[in-house]
Write a protein that binds this ligand. Structure first.
Ligand SMILES: NC(=O)c1ccc[n+]([C@@H]2O[C@H](COP(=O)([O-])OP(=O)(O)OC[C@H]3O[C@@H](n4cnc5c(N)ncnc54)[C@H](O)[C@@H]3O)[C@@H](O)[C@H]2O)c1
Length: 265
């Protein structure tokens, strides 16, 4: 039986390679092409550290869609490129699983419109690691009782967007159960701009960017005489494969724009 045919977009990137290598181990998924603005003549399997796949990385997503007729596109590119990539996929009526982060509310509204216009699903998740999804869920629960909360997220220093998509989603989920609350001393002041981090409805978020990290998030809740810390570490990019494979399998059952791995669990 032929597998679910997937094109990886952003194939040369850290996530593209790691997720491609993982998807190739899934018996029911077949990687049929690898696309990136940076191309390579080398067999893509070698670039991913797995057996040869018989194709290299090319740069034209629309041409690859027409040639390979994929069931799904998986995208791990960057916030500048993602809207055009989604339009490319959806306008050719190919569902797309998006790991790329950095969407604005206006972007999401636009994507919903494209999904309706072309009757094609888009699945977007800021974090495909199951542990991170649980961290977000538990954070929402904790915030009901401990509304004073700050987030510290740590990523490698090549990440473009800050705060991370996971941090934004965590704050959005917490704000569903937490009234807007100004935290800290009303008279506090910053001796260096940004010292208190970003402010989302009174919650503070701090983005660390250093070589060596993959992705870590701590959600810290302060109460009288106690502190609760919830933490998730993505130790390697293999942690994302299971979630991406799940989305690849389920997207044919979805309609419109669906957000968050929790929607599939
Ligand atoms: N959802 C998740 O679980 C998750 C986890 C980690 C990272 N991310 C996100 O995934 C994205 C990629 O992360 P990364 O660490 O692999 O970045 P990266 O910079 O290593 O890779 C991005 C790749 O996209 C390519 N690219 C850029 N524009 C393109 C275009 N128009 N068409 C095709 N390819 C293009 C680049 O050449 C590069 O090879 C980021 O937005 C990051 O925040 C998501």
């Amino acid at each position: 039986m032929a597998g679910i045919k997937v094109i990886m977009n952003g194939a040369m990137g850290k996530m593209g390679r790691a997720v491609s290598a993982g998807l190739c181990n899934e018996g029911d998924i077949e990687l049929v092409a690898a696309i990136d603005v940076k191309t390579s003549e080398t067999d893509y399997g070698f670039l991913c550290g797995i057996e040869p796949l018989g194709f290299s990385v090319s740069s034209d997503l629309a041409a690859a869609i027409k040639q390979h007729k994929p069931d799904v596109i998986v995208d791990f590119t960057n916030p500048q490129a993602i809207m055009a990539n989604i339009y490319n996929a959806v306008s050719l009526r190919v569902p797309i699983v998006v790991g790329t982060t950095g969407f604005t509310p206006a972007d999401l509204t636009k994507i919903k419109g494209w999904c309706n216009e072309y009757d094609t699903a888009v699945f977007v998740a800021p974090n495909f690691a199951l542990g991170a999804v649980l961290l977000m869920r538990f954070s929402k629960e904790a915030a009901r009782y401990l509304p004073n909360v700050e987030i510290i997220e740590r990523h490698h220093d090549q990440k473009l967007d800050a705060p991370s998509g996971t941090a934004v989603t965590t704050m959005e989920m917490i704000s569903e159960v937490r009234e807007v609350l100004s935290q800290g001393n009303a008279q506090e002041f910053e001796r260096i701009n940004g010292s208190r981090g970003g402010d989302y409805q009174g919650m503070r978020v701090h983005s660390v960017r250093l070589p060596g990290y993959v992705a870590t998030q701590e959600v810290i809740f302060g109460g009288v005489g106690q502190v609760l810390t919830l933490r998730h570490d993505a130790i390697s990019r293999e942690s994302y494969v299971q979630g991406v494979a799940l989305a690849v399998r389920k997207i044919s059952d979805l309609n419109g724009l669906v957000q968050g791995l929790e929607a599939l669990l």
